[in-house]
Design a protein around this ligand. Structure first.
Ligand SMILES: [Zn+2]
Length: 330
């Protein structure tokens, strides 16, 4: 039934909205956000699935694609990549089939979304409508979309990352969530230098996966980004720590805290500047251990690529956020 309605609604959308030609044109950032939102809203109108589900899937895939060499670079404004054999259908002898009829005969994912007679996996409208149809075939409520995502990605972390973004986009109702701040208030006394990758003696053969920002006990620690609290608790190395996942699949890690903000909880949405706790010296022992080193914030950044997660140097980012915030204040 859904499928039937989907077809009708889609035809109405296709023939009543002006054609967007993406091609090789260069758009500025503002235009790109606008074009993306138009596509998500069209998918919403056709499927009755809220736009932020499409935004979250697209944003997740865009970020995976940016850090993976085995995936081709996007040609349009969307980041969603559908493998040729999935698009054409697993039993289709031609993995680059663009004929909507034969693709549907072989149970392919692909469809003709913009009414040009071709099901093109590099065409943004074809891709977003194909995704909309796929999700809708499970049902349009959160629970069924989650099942669809699980079947599609077969990785619970990916599903969690996408649903985290859904929550963030739903709350802020915008795609522009790239603002950052420095983790400590700039008026506080603090110092830091680039020590990422330094050898660490404690806990075996490890390298230092972050930047240490030295400051006094109790200096507020702030979220550096828009994101969702993925983790809050104790770890023998990190002490009291918080992990925040932003919309770029980046995980921001705050360790050795003195304590947490009273209302902070896992699953909470935070924004640049939200106070999450304060500087301390917790860690390097069982829960409650503190004072084994001078108080500092250990700040780490990690990236997910769809398979695994790795640490990268936060120092250049800290410098850039600090500089941008100083300039703003002037
Ligand atoms: Zn550290």
């Amino acid at each position: 039934m859904y499928r039937f309605i989907f077809g009708i609604v889609m035809m109405i959308i296709i023939f009543t909205t002006p054609k967007i030609i993406f091609g090789q044109e260069k758009f500025d950032e503002e235009e790109i956000y606008q074009k993306r939102m138009e596509l998500y809203k069209k998918a919403e109108a056709a499927s009755l699935i809220p736009w932020y589900y499409f935004a979250a899937i697209d944003q997740y895939e865009r970020n995976v694609r940016q850090v993976r060499r085995d995936l081709p670079k996007p040609t349009g404004v969307l980041g969603i990549y559908i493998k040729p054999e999935i698009w054409a259908g697993p039993l289709n002898k031609n993995p680059h089939d663009t004929n909507p009829f034969t693709i549907s005969q072989f149970g392919g994912f692909g469809m003709d979304g913009n009414g040009d007679g071709v099901a093109d996996p590099t065409d943004d409208e074809d891709v977003i409508f194909a995704m909309a149809r796929f999700l809708q075939s499970y049902g349009i409520d959160h629970k069924h979309i989650k099942m669809a995502l699980w079947d599609y990605y077969q990785r619970s972390k990916t599903v969690d990352l996408i649903l985290g973004k859904v929550k963030i986009y739903k709350k802020y109702q915008t795609l522009k969530l790239d603002d950052h701040v420095f983790p400590l208030p700039l008026h506080a006394n603090y110092s830091y230098r680039d020590t990422w990758g330094d050898k660490r003696g404690w806990g075996g053969r490890r390298i230092h996966e972050g930047t240490d920002i030295f400051a006094s006990y109790g200096v507020p620690v702030r979220s550096t980004c828009y994101g969702i609290v993925e983790l809050k608790g104790w770890n023998n190395y990190g002490g009291w720590r918080v992990g925040i996942r932003d919309i770029n699949n980046t995980y921001h890690y705050f360790a050795h805290l003195n304590g947490f903000s009273p209302n902070l909880r896992e699953g909470q949405i935070v924004e640049p500047g939200t106070i999450i706790g304060s500087v301390g010296s917790s860690g390097y022992g069982p829960p409650g251990t503190a004072g084994k080193f001078p108080p500092h914030l250990h700040y780490g950044m990690y990236k997910d690529n769809g398979y695994t997660e790795w640490s990268f140097d936060p120092y250049p980012h800290l410098k850039a956020w600090e500089r941008a915030e100083k300039q703003k204040k002037k």
